[in-house]
Design a binder for this molecule. Structure first.
Ligand SMILES: Nc1ncnc2c1ncn2[C@@H]1O[C@H](COP(=O)(O)OP(=O)(O)OP(=O)(O)O)[C@@H](O)[C@H]1O
Ligand SMILES: [Mg+2]
Length: 502
């Protein structure tokens, strides 16, 4: 038995081999294989021979079932080799082969190479009650994230045959404890001079997982501040870490030295990135930047430079926290719950709205610039904040601001309140609340109703913005440790609606 990874989940694949009944020396693989699997024949044949095992002279037919499921990648090298070694009686299992699952790519020498998507495969193996999962040595730590499943790290074919035949056992991978200690961050909030209101906005965004757009003159510190955001985000829970690791495993982006992703992702794709790179897809759908940013931050710097059609792709995932891709391979979905942090200049020269410097752009240029950014995307951004140039006094001030560690404590407290409140809704942050949840948890106190009514009328809030304002107010109240949403909380939330006319 082996498994195929589809999206973020695995499906069982049965690998069968048969001998004879055709042209001598022929070796075929059937069951909708792609090019990499067809090439697998050459790898398997050489690997078996180079490991000093017998490769049959008769025709070999390998079938990958179910046949209607398209299969790709080199994961099946190992199970194919095992099925051939079984029919040639090189393998004479001392245990029950039906309890074992195999995945791995073979080198011509018979050595095993690491593959992608081992974590979902291990999860599937456990779910289907398999006892042993044989994986390439380099993947063992990742597979071992799943408890109650023996992970056998395989170095090469020879070692595997000795193990299964009961001659010399391979030691199963040992489980280990993971610590969620973040490495020291290069960027600390304390290094940012002035811009207190922007730091406050970042704290709120981190506390409730809200989207934020910063707009301001060149060199005012937008990029710098965005990079400090990870330092105030709460530590990952094991559940979140597993979700993220699964995505990175399937995307083939898990660093060799790590089994579990223990820090929140921070992704900052360049504005020349394609739509597929951003949201995922391809002939064999892979997670894109938005899924790689799951439970972390997606930072889109120079927001105005992203082509409009590329940004439009974000509309559905920003709303649902998941992206659905339909390809020949089937309909797949990848989770994509991220904090969108965008930074841009207000106009091409960057000084529109600056108190001291005149903007040198023509009205037409400004019009054009704004047209690039779509209204529906802006509507999905909870917080719009201006980042002005800072004054000389502040820039040269000796004093440091509050350190990230302090801010992070408050963020963690606010998140704990949210987690408890939203436990039954299977969500963890205010930004994820559905309108039902908003109705339940975001009741504004009587005295604030008037302000809300005025705001909806005068700021022309859409229904979406209305709910987003309430969620934001909820986060601000949580940061203040307040039970209900009071007037100042609502007022602050409303203050983050866009002031510029986009
Ligand atoms: N508030 C600040 N405190 C300390 N350093 C700052 C501040 N603002 C800017 N800087 C310094 O200026 C550099 C440029 O800032 P940054 O790249 O963040 O500007 P920006 O707003 O992103 O500009 P642009 O619109 O051109 O992208 C930073 O590397 C940082 O060293
Ligand atoms: Mg910048």
């Amino acid at each position: 038995m082996s498994a195929a990874v589809l999206g973020l989940d695995a499906e069982m694949i049965e690998v069968e081999a048969d001998l004879g009944g055709g042209e001598l020396g022929k070796f075929t693989v059937v069951g909708l294989p792609d090019a990499a699997i067809s090439e697998s024949r050459e790898r398997v044949k050489s690997a078996i021979k180079n490991s000093d095992f017998y490769f049959p002279k008769l025709k070999v037919t390998v079938n990958l079932a179910p046949a209607d499921l398209r299969k790709y990648g080199p994961n099946y090298d190992l199970p194919i080799a095992v099925s051939i070694l079984l029919i040639t009686k090189e393998l004479q299992p001392a245990g029950n082969i039906q309890e074992m699952m195999f995945v791995g790519e073979l080198a011509l020498s018979g050595l095993l190479r690491p593959i992608t998507g081992v974590l979902p495969i291990a999860i599937k193996a456990k779910k289907e009650n398999y006892k042993f999962l044989f994986v390439p040595e380099a993947n063992a730590r990742e597979a071992k994230l799943v408890d109650d499943l023996e992970i056998i790290p395989v170095k090469d074919l020879k070692e595997l045959v000795s193990h299964i035949n009961g001659r010399q056992k391979i030691r199963p991978a040992a489980s280990r404890q993971f610590e969620f200690t973040n490495p020291p961050f290069i960027f600390d909030m304390a290094h940012v001079k002035g811009q207190e209101h922007v730091k406050r906005a970042m704290e709120i965004a981190a506390a409730g997982a809200h989207n934020i757009l910063m707009s301001g003159a060149p060199g005012s510190g937008k990029t710098l501040i965005a990079r400090t955001l990870p330092s105030i985000l709460p530590d990952l829970s094991l559940e979140e870490a597993l979700e993220i690791t699964k995505i990175y495993s399937v995307a083939g982006k898990l660093p060799a030295s790590t089994a579990l992703v223990t820090t929140r992702p921070f992704r900052s794709p360049h504005h020349t990135a394609s739509g597929v790179a951003l949201v995922g897809g391809g002939a064999w759908p892979r997670p894109g930047e938005i899924s790689l940013a799951h439970r972390g931050v997606l930072f889109l710097d120079e927001f105005g430079e992203f082509p409009r059609p590329v940004l439009e792709n974000l509309r559905q995932p920003l709303e649902d926290g998941v992206i659905h891709v339909s390809r020949a391979a089937g309909n797949l979905s990848f989770p994509a719950k991220f904090i969108l942090v965008a930074a841009m200049n207000p106009c091409p020269c960057g000084f529109l709205g600056d108190k001291e410097r005149d903007c040198s752009c023509s009205a037409a240029q400004i019009q054009n610039y704004k047209r690039c950014i779509s209204g529906p995307i802006l509507d999905r951004i909870d917080m719009h904040i201006e980042v002005p140039r800072i004054k000389f006094e502040k820039l040269t001030a000796e004093s440091y601001g509050e350190e990230s560690a302090e801010i992070k404590k408050r963020v963690e407290e606010a998140r704990a309140i949210q987690r408890n409140r939203l436990l039954d809704w299977a969500i963890i942050a205010n930004a994820e609340m559905s309108s039902d949840a908003v109705r339940k948890f975001c009741q504004v106190e009587a005295g604030s109703k008037n302000l809300l009514r005025q705001a909806v009328d005068q700021l022309h809030l859409s229904a979406r913005s209305y709910f987003r304002v309430l969620k934001l107010a909820r986060t601000i109240a949580d940061l203040a440790g307040a039970e209900g949403i009071k007037l100042p909380h609502l007022a602050e939330a409303l203050q983050y609606r866009p002031k510029l006319d986009y």
